[in-house]
Design a binder for this molecule. Structure first.
Ligand SMILES: *Cc1c(COP(=O)(O)O)cnc(C)c1O
Length: 401
């Protein structure tokens, strides 16, 4: 293994909002012999993980799995459903929304970007107004990010669906759930989403390297006429092979072992319990931030992310210098501010394989780091979080694994 430095004692705290800490159980599952992906055993694995992912997306329709980072599944969503010059409506919620917009433009789509201040989610009423004005149905898709990982702000997917319905507009609804799936309540079918995009390394507790599309019947029908060039990302050969649990090209076999294990863990805990746990840890984290006298970037409490919290650095202080202090002293990685938020915020990941004590440890590292970095703050953030967690204590399984 590549040794970057002498080995620090204890575990690294990977408290960035993805990749997240990979549970030992998942690492052990990945550490297994790679089998013939066209052999007799593989089909069962393929069928099992595809069925499991449908349960996580809450869909009865198709799910495809790519050996790719989340960005690949973004591209798959666009190239399978749209044609060059199509108009797409996107909402500027932060860095990731901006990156998806950039990709759409590079692929030859025309994008209308509803402006935002990076502190709020997608504005459903602005989307409704724009769609109502589009009498000729020029807009072919509405694309939003469910959990904007750059800002710690969620968007109300069901609210955007309702806005599209009120406008009686036929546009497809595409949702980036890369940092929400498996952490935040999500319902592909019930919310009438046409393409959901996800990745492995956030709520699903896997290393990077897998990404997903959940595909509605309407999106699949659109793919029959969409003319953007596609080959590797084409849903059709995937869906055809997936029927028997196989893939048209070599899948990421060992990551699929890991996915199988991660799904077992998620279903054993229960999806709704997983969501409640993330809510609780988000609340504990925000209480700590408030007690420190610092400000949460998300401006609307209804849109607070259960998966991560972005914290605004006080004027004149560098978020990156603070993060370096925390890494150097406490072996903990916190998320950096992205693009226009660079050095202005730090992000606390509280998603994936997290429990009360890992949240408290994370917050303790931050509180000590604030002191060491000379960032003005009040004491008692960890205390506030502990108080909340203890008052809302939950009996957890005591199994060590
Ligand atoms: C992480 C992330 C991405 C990018 O995914 P990659 O796996 O880095 O390609 C896109 N959107 C959101 C919301 C993310 O959190």
């Amino acid at each position: 293994m590549l040794r970057l430095s002498s080995h620090p004692s204890g575990r690294h705290f990977l408290q960035i909002p993805g990749p997240t800490n990979v549970p030992d159980r998942v690492l052990r599952a990945i550490d297994n012999v790679t089998i013939d992906h066209r052999g007799p055993e593989f089909g069962e694995l393929g069928k099992s993980v595809l069925a499991g992912m449908k349960k996580v997306f809450k869909t009865k329709s198709h799910v495809v799995i790519y050996p790719a980072s989340g960005t690949g599944a973004w591209e798959a969503a666009l190239v399978n459903t749209l044609s060059a010059g199509d108009l797409v409506l996107m909402a500027e919620t932060g860095h990731f929304a901006a990156m998806w917009k950039k990709m759409a433009t590079e692929l030859g789509l025309r994008v209308e970007f509803l402006p935002g201040d990076w502190r709020r989610g997608a504005d459903a009423s602005a989307i409704e107004a724009r769609l109502k004005a589009d009498a000729d149905h020029e807009i072919k898709a509405v694309c939003i990010v469910h959990n904007e990982t750059a800002t710690g702000v969620t968007s109300n997917v069901n609210g955007v669906r309702a806005a599209i319905d009120r406008a009686k507009h036929p546009a497809l609804l595409m949702v980036d759930t890369i940092s929400s799936l498996g952490s935040i309540d999500y319902r592909h079918d019930e919310w009438g989403v046409d393409v959901s995009v996800a990745g492995s390394q956030k709520g699903l507790m896997l290393p990077p390297g897998l990404s997903f599309n959940a595909i509605s019947a309407k999106a699949l029908a659109a793919s029959e006429h969409a003319t953007l060039r596609r080959s590797y990302w084409d849903w059709h050969p995937m869906i055809a092979s997936n029927a028997t649990g196989y893939f048209p090209y070599t899948p990421a076999t060992n990551l699929l072992y890991g996915l199988h294990e991660a799904l077992e863990m998620i279903f054993h805990e229960g999806l709704e319990t997983v969501f409640a746990r993330h809510q609780r840890h988000g609340e504990a984290t925000r209480r700590a931030v408030l007690a420190w006298g610092l400000e949460v970037l998300c401006a609307d409490p209804a849109e607070y992310s259960p998966a991560l919290t972005a914290v605004i650095m006080p004027e004149g202080h560098s978020a990156d210098a603070f993060r370096k202090v925390v890494l150097d002293h406490f072996n903990m990685s916190l998320g950096q501010g992205l693009s226009k938020l660079k050095d202005k915020v730090f992000r606390i990941g509280h998603l994936g394989d997290i429990n009360d004590l890992s949240v408290c440890g994370t917050l303790a590292g931050i509180e000590m780091g604030l002191e060491l970095a000379g960032v003005p703050h009040k004491k008692g953030g960890v205390q506030a979080a502990m108080g909340y967690l203890a008052q809302n204590a939950e009996v957890r399984s005591t199994a060590v694994t």
